[in-house]
Write a protein that binds this ligand. Structure first.
Ligand SMILES: [Zn+2]
Length: 622
């Protein structure tokens, strides 16, 4: 074995490079790079449920180019793969250089197996998950994760793997006969092909909080973290975010809704600040119907009245894709793929929307804020955050120098689109939570409903809030409101995890734990699919008088008030007070501790007595 050590770690590699271990000397845990998931593939990704296994890295050579570095060079079809491991004070930096056109996918660096029987994995999907080794085999492959990391937990130690070059990759998480696995698979860039990939592997204490906080520290080290005070200094309107109700009011213009009267009633019900979205559509073309209705377009008088009773108003910034009107002006902005074809991405009835190149979205947004959107207090961009930077091959695009734009090089353009240069003093929100973009925007989204159970394989945890609570708000998807609504908002499952609208008391318990504001659809009109196969639509109206809305608002008001107090603070700890996760607790930087029972039955909690189903309480505060 070749070894390199420091006081905390020993990295050891066999002379032929086929086995690598990392010993956490202080916590007495040895992590072995799993040979089954550490390897490469020469097959392109097809049907991923029948995707072939990785070919494990075969024998190669190992050398020590520097006192703190070991390097493995492994022959592969068409060339070689060089993997370099450099010791850090509390971890290892792993760089992978692929010199082969025949290799199409590489594990980077692969899954790590502890020398302990118990293993749980920290998964950066939606607000975060703990994956445990229960239940049936499954395979998930995600192109987009909320954070560019994953974690492993065992009895005595934790492991954090950060992706330092987090583009052009898949995150794979699975349960197989040998247990649970999670790792990143890197692929060539669509424009630039293979480029060096870097990850970091850190040893931590054995808790979700410890792994999340090491990741947060890494983002701070890289200059990729911006806390609320710095964001507020550049956009003072952000102060109004804390303590607000977030009110989705539908894409459609209501047929019977009195928006102003409804907003006044919300104000008198105790909601002093309400973020309404959308009140208008910010899109290049509005000549389409959704379920027979035109897009919402409140008048200036209505907007003034909403603002006069504590409302902050946002358009639906539908810039990510553009409806094809057949004109050169519209088609000029379309993103194109490697075959220079337009990329369709949405359809309503017979209308088709195509992806728009990012800098052209910024150009359009600037013109809108100088014109019809000048009164907007905040802005919600559709899927820009969840999609992130993407390649564009359109050689007519002067805004990226008439040369192909890589996904990596598009990231700064997405940052510009969501940042203060384009949006000025406006709160910025976008669907999906995107670690890279947290320096630019303020609100991301998409969350699971909570899970619990002694043998539950997927446990929902506040990973993103442990990293970003004092930087960026993690909201729910706009149609997953406290009140139940049809179609897009219906309760659905995703790998046996539940999402959707409704269950207001459960959502309130979760939002109290996470320290985030409530999301309600209090009034307005929305479309859904009448037949998704043919993209046929219908629409429905929500009234403030609906019993379901009133129930949601009752659950929401104390959540908004709690957020006013703790919304800017760091979430410093998360703990499951019972092994089955029915009762959970969070602690914020001022000492506020929230305890919640997210299950359907009363739970006895030490020092707290009986906590009713779907309830929460503030346990202590400084
Ligand atoms: Zn372009």
């Amino acid at each position: 074995m070749l070894h390199i050590s420091n006081p905390l770690l020993t990295l050891a590699i066999t002379p032929n490079g086929t086995t690598l271990t990392l010993e956490d000397r202080r916590r007495n845990v040895v992590w072995t790079l799993d040979p089954q998931t550490s390897g490469y593939k020469t097959e392109p990704l097809g049907d991923w449920q029948t995707d072939p296994e990785f070919t494990p890295f075969g024998p190669g050579t190992v050398d020590q180019p520097a006192p703190d570095t070991l390097r493995i060079n492994t022959p592969v079809p068409g060339g070689a793969i060089e993997r370099t491991f450099r010791l850090l004070p509390d971890g290892v930096e792993a760089q992978t250089v692929i010199r082969s056109a025949a290799v199409l996918r590489v594990a980077h660096p692969g899954h790590f197996i502890p020398d302990h029987s118990r293993l749980e994995l920290l998964i950066p999907i939606n607000q975060g998950l703990i994956l445990r080794n229960f239940g049936d085999a499954f395979l998930r492959r995600d192109a987009k994760t909320m954070l560019a990391m994953s974690g492993c937990l065992t009895e005595r130690g934790g492991l954090l793997i950060t992706q330092e070059t987090p583009k052009d990759c898949w995150f794979i998480w699975q349960k197989r006969d040998v247990g649970i696995r999670a790792f990143h698979e890197v692929i060539p860039g669509a424009v630039e092909g293979w480029y060096p990939r870097v990850a970091r592997i850190y040893v931590t204490d054995p808790s979700i909080t410890a792994i999340a906080k090491r990741h947060r520290l890494r983002l701070i080290e890289r200059g990729h973290f911006m806390a609320w005070p710095e964001k507020i200094a550049r956009k003072p309107i952000l102060k109004k975010l804390f303590g607000s109700l977030i009110a989705f009011i539908g894409y459609n213009r209501g047929r019977s809704t009195d928006y102003v009267a409804s907003a006044r009633r919300l104000k008198s019900a105790g909601f002093d600040s309400v973020l309404y979205y959308p009140v208008r559509f910010m899109a290049t073309d509005l000549n389409f119907l959704m379920g027979g209705d035109q897009p919402i377009d409140l008048s200036q008088a209505e907007i003034n009245a909403l603002q006069a009773c504590g409302g902050l108003v946002s358009p639906w910034a539908w810039t990510y894709e553009t409806r094809d009107t057949g004109t050169d002006a519209c088609r000029h902005t379309f993103r194109t793929d490697a075959q220079n074809a337009f990329i369709s991405h949405w359809q309503i009835d017979e209308n088709i929307w195509y992806k728009t190149c990012t800098p052209y979205q910024s150009e359009f947004a600037r013109s809108q804020f100088a014109g019809p959107m000048s009164a907007m207090d905040w802005v919600h961009y559709d899927v820009n955050s969840v999609r992130g930077g993407e390649a564009c091959f359109n050689a007519a695009h002067a805004l990226h120098n008439r040369a192909p734009l890589s996904a990596r090089d598009d990231d700064p353009f997405v940052g510009e689109l969501l940042g203060p240069e384009v949006n000025g003093n406006r709160i910025v929100s976008s669907e999906g939570f995107n670690e890279y973009l947290t320096r630019f925007y303020d609100i991301g989204s998409n969350k699971y409903l909570p899970t619990w159970g002694a043998k539950q394989p997927f446990l929902v945890v506040p990973l993103t809030d442990l990293v970003f609570h004092d930087s960026t708000l993690h909201n729910s998807w706009e149609l997953h409101t406290y009140n139940a609504i049809p179609c897009f908002g219906k309760l659905t499952t995703d790998s046996r995890l539940q999402m959707g609208a409704g269950l207001p008391e459960k959502k309130a318990a979760l939002d109290a734990l996470y320290g985030v504001p409530p999301l309600v659809f209090p009034f307005g009109r929305q479309y859904g699919w009448a037949d998704i196969a043919t993209c046929k639509t219908f629409s429905f109206e929500i009234s403030l008088d609906d019993a379901e809305v009133q129930r949601a608002l009752t659950a929401a008001l104390p959540i908004a008030r709690l957020h006013h107090r703790i919304g800017q603070l760091e979430l410093i700890a998360f703990e499951a007070l019972r092994d089955d996760y029915t009762v959970q607790a969070t602690t914020f930087a001022d000492g506020t501790r929230v305890v919640a029972n997210i299950s359907e039955s009363p739970q006895e909690v030490p020092d707290h007595g009986l906590l009713p189903p779907n309830s929460w309480k503030v346990d202590s505060a400084s």
